[in-house]
Design a protein around this ligand. Structure first.
Ligand code: AP5
Ligand code: MG
Length: 236
């Protein structure tokens, strides 16, 4: 078993390797990714955020992805894998990285396996699945508000900002995601069940998966996620 690090400075110096956050829309992938970033100092790579950035900038990728994302469907494996390959090639990924929302299909998982083995990656892949009761997801998603400046995630029901619609960190007006409406949410959940849920078995079979109860308070979920990352996956 890995020896737990003694201090935050130790955590920040260690090679961690790739961490995948798996979970339904609204499960808390983005919320928990930020806790892992704070502890280990490795980057959060959210394919949803990267795609939204491309849409905002009006890139060719953004133009192809926009309507698909608004409907709540998945962007093609090829486009997403190319985007991830470019992001993983940057130097800040050397000690490890958090994949938030990727892979999302078996084809993407197989692509990632090939990518890692082609680079002789020695550190084990860790997959944390955040499991949440489906009935809670609608309220989490329709109540979500995000700071467009610093990315802090709020929820008007469960984690409101101190001043309505205003980021506690920098005072920016909070925004509502375009796909957080009931029609898109329903499609996102269908896509998750059909295309992403099979990844649970894919990674369980590789002894890489740890399942965390995501129904608890965010602080409790964070404690469980961080504890799991300090253990071998099959012991967590
Ligand atoms: P993406 O941006 O990844 O969206 P998603 O998977 O639908 O997940 P969300 O970001 O909605 O939820 P989350 O799990 O991050 O939850 P959060 O922490 O914000 O993808 C968007 C779209 O991009 C896709 O539909 C697809 O079109 C495209 N795309 C992205 N990746 C792709 C890929 N790999 N392949 C193809 N297409 C791709 O939390 C949600 C809310 O709950 C917040 O308000 C938060 O404050 C609250 N909350 C969190 N934890 C708790 C808790 N424990 N208790 C109470 N409230 C909580
Ligand atoms: Mg997210």
């Amino acid at each position: 078993m890995n020896t737990p690090a003694a201090s935050v400075a130790d955590y920040g110096a260690r090679a961690i390797g790739p961490i995948i956050l798996l979970g339904a829309p609204g499960a808390g992938k983005g919320t928990q990714a930020k806790q892992i970033v704070d502890r280990y100092g490795i980057p959060q790579i959210s394919t949803g955020d990267l795609l939204r950035e491309n849409v905002k900038l009006g890139t060719e990728l953004g133009k192809k992805a926009k309507a698909i994302m608004d409907r709540g469907e998945l962007v093609s494996d090829e486009l997403v894998c190319d985007m991830v390959a470019e992001r993983l090639s940057r130097p800040d990924c050397a000690r490890g990285y958090i994949l938030d929302g990727f892979p999302r299909t078996c084809a993407q998982a197989e692509w990632l396996d090939g990518y890692l083995s082609a680079r002789g990656s020695k550190l084990p892949l860790r997959v944390i699945k955040i499991a949440v009761d489906y009935d809670r997801l609608l309220k989490r998603l329709t109540g979500r508000r995000t700071c467009p400046v610093c990315g802090t995630i709020y929820n008007i029901h469960f984690n409101p900002p101190k001043v309505a619609n205003t980021c506690d960190q920098d005072g920016a007006a909070l925004s509502l995601r375009k796909d957080d409406n009931e029609t898109s949410i329903s499609e996102r959940l269908k896509a998750y069940e059909k295309q992403t849920l099979p990844l649970t078995d894919y990674y369980r079979a590789r002894h890489a998966l740890t399942e965390i109860n995501g129904d608890a308070a965010p602080e409790k979920v964070s404690a469980d996620v961080l504890a799991a990352l300090e253990q071998r996956p099959d012991k967590a």
